[in-house]
Design a protein around this ligand. Structure first.
Ligand code: UGA
Length: 434
């Protein structure tokens, strides 16, 4: 099939390369010329494991192309996938301006009957709104059908999540359009769930809000565990054995971040308020997460009395491992609170330092290794659970520090290695300190 993908963020790009991989002819369109130039050279503008290999492979086989020209990209498309961002507005609701612009760009350049698939995360009712926008501005007389097809891929495992998804949701009120999209995905051999448009839109928000709530729930339990002397890692394991609960997303820590959970929970809350349907559970999910992001600083303040003049080594900046994405990363708040309290911060992240510098700025310093960050530090904060940190030679790291104190926000350091590292103060989340 001939597919055009609008937007080359990590959703659009992962979708584009994976559809090419299963045999479709894909053109990815983006207004950002620099991005398109990079992609044309076979380079990925984002750090996403496995993406670049598929990009090179499918481009060289002639199934994947990139352009800034809507005219060129849309001329043959039977299916157009919109994957532009829907960031958060000041009042919490989803900002649809990129989507509106995309609809405008499409309306001017669609030259044949086609199916427009909305993959962007959009509030219930948006597919209908976009259809009206498109129909109102369409330059050529073509038939357009809309399909809601939210995505569930995670940054850092976007390719695997696309090729081996748990499910694909196809929301459509048109049987023919739904069948065509089913056919597009069939080579993936993934369960397809067919729904109406509004339910498909809601499935996305409900899924993200549920996962975020699961994280806040276990973080609430973690804080209680600390108070009563229990171990949240064992508690989560015990809970997760129950198939009705499931073990995933029960990892306690310093809260969720990223470009999705924070904005999607707020957008769903905004919808509930707009509808006059109370949903204070979501407020609590957000409140616990806000509290959790301050956890390490609170613990350090309690331990040191004050942080003025202390040097803190921060390991990890990205909102989670295997990505350089800094959006809503807990590290931002942590760095700001530490510097506001008068601490000096040296941070190290395997890939996110340059993105971090753009957000946090030069109020902290950026080291080239964990060892360099830890030199003369009064405490180490583990902020992101990169594999590299789990393999750290903790004993050597502690030896270059001024004080042998670790606050582990992700409970990711190996207990055996810790025990072998000599005298140490170790403060995990939701488990007894060592
Ligand atoms: C999330 C969803 O998992 C995807 O299904 C969805 O498609 C995506 O949002 C989206 O809407 O585009 P993502 O934000 O990439 O994916 O990352 P996750 O792996 O879900 O992690 C989100 C945050 O939760 C991270 O900060 C992570 O550290 C935190 N987390 C996750 C925990 O604190 N504990 C856990 O047990 C799991």
């Amino acid at each position: 099939m001939k597919v055009a993908v609008l937007g080359t963020g990590y959703v659009g790009l992962s979708t584009g390369v994976c559809l090419a991989e299963i045999g479709h002819e894909v053109v990815c369109i983006d207004v950002d010329k620099r991005k398109i130039d990079t992609l044309k050279q076979g380079k990925s503008p984002i750090y996403e494991p496995g993406l670049e290999e598929l990009l090179v492979h499918n481009s060289s086989e002639g199934r994947l192309a990139f352009t800034t020209s809507h005219q060129q990209g849309l001329s043959e498309a039977e299916i157009i996938i919109i994957a532009v961002g829907t960031p958060q507005s000041d009042d919490g609701q989803a900002d649809l301006s990129f989507l509106e612009q995309a609809a405008k760009d499409l309306a001017g350049h669609i030259v044949r009957d086609c199916i427009v698939v909305i993959k962007s995360t959009v509030p219930v009712g948006t597919n209908e709104y976009v259809k009206q926008l498109l129909l109102g501005q369409l330059k050529n007389n073509c038939e357009i059908k809309l399909v809601s097809n939210p995505e569930f891929l995670r940054q850092g495992s976007a390719i695997q999540d696309t090729l081996k998804a748990d499910r694909i949701i196809i929301g459509s009120d048109d049987e023919g359009a739904s069948e065509k999209i089913q056919e597009m995905y069939r080579p993936l051999d993934v369960p397809l769930l067919l729904t109406d448009v509004r339910s498909a839109e809601m499935i996305k928000y409900a899924s993200n809000a549920f996962l975020a709530t699961k994280i806040s729930f276990i973080n609430g339990i973690a804080n209680l565990c600390e108070a009563v002397g229990a171990d949240v890692e064992d508690v989560a394991k015990g809970m997760g054995c129950d198939k009705r609960i499931g073990a995933a997303f029960l990892k306690a820590g310093i809260g969720y971040g990223g470009s999705c959970f924070p904005k999607d929970v707020k957008a769903l809350l905004h919808t509930s308020r707009k509808q006059g349907i109370p949903f204070s559970l979501l407020e609590e999910t957000i409140a616990i997460n806000d509290h959790q992001q301050e956890l390490l600083v609170g613990k350090a303040l309690k331990r040191f009395g004050e942080l003025k003049g202390k040097k803190i080594a921060m390991l990890g900046l990205s909102f989670k491992p295997e990505t350089d994405d800094m959006r809503e990363a807990p590290s931002i708040k942590i760095a700001q609170s530490l510097t506001a309290a008068g601490a000096r911060v040296a941070a190290y992240d395997p890939v996110a330092a340059s993105n971090a510098r753009e957000i946090i700025g030069d109020v902290i310093t950026y080291a080239d290794s964990a060892m360099e960050a830890a030199k003369d530090a009064d405490a180490l904060f583990i902020v992101t659970e990169w594999e590299e940190f789990k393999q750290l030679n903790v004993a050597a790291l502690l030896d270059v520090m001024k004080q042998r104190i670790i606050f582990d926000g992700r409970n990711c350091l190996d207990e055996v290695l810790l025990q072998a590292s000599g005298r140490i103060e170790y403060y995990p989340v939701g488990r007894p300190a060592v």
